[in-house]
Design a protein around this ligand. Structure first.
Ligand SMILES: [Zn+2]
Length: 135
């Protein structure tokens, strides 16, 4: 059964709205090269939003420095993410998608910081946008 998202656009519609890289990652479930993304080493205070539909996904308080090469968070905003079992590439992983539009964000692993949640949301920079905290 396919889940109905609040935002339902065809692939052609998304292609109009997104850059080629964003389209490949969010809609075609691609992965950007490690250590290349705009937010990998970005630690300003603020919120991260879905690049496709602008839903709020992560807060900068939960971003942490990991060596994996992608933006990493130990916690998402409640209800913002859907979790899908992903058995592609011969691995069993948990895919994370935006709960509002179904856009692919990345995966979540259980090797995050033990002093907080133990989770590591490994997210493509191309899937998210950043809004600085209002001063
Ligand atoms: Zn979205």
């Amino acid at each position: 059964m396919t889940k109905k998202y609040n935002i339902n656009k065809s692939e052609a519609e998304w292609k109009e709205l997104l850059s080629p890289e964003e389209y490949t990652i969010l809609i075609k479930k691609g992965t950007e090269y490690p250590h290349t993304g705009a937010y990998n080493m970005h630690f300003d205070n603020g919120e991260y939003h879905c690049k496709a539909c602008n839903a709020k996904l992560f807060e900068s308080d939960h971003k942490f420095k990991s060596s994996c090469g992608w933006p990493s968070f130990d916690k998402a905003i409640d209800g913002a993410i859907d979790y899908i079992k992903d058995t592609s590439h011969g691995m069993t992983r948990v895919e994370t998608v935006c709960a509002n539009c179904g856009g692919h964000l990345g995966h979540v692993f259980n090797d995050g910081p033990m002093e907080t949640t133990g989770h590591r949301y490994c997210i493509n920079s191309a899937s998210i946008g950043f809004e600085p905290e209002a001063k």
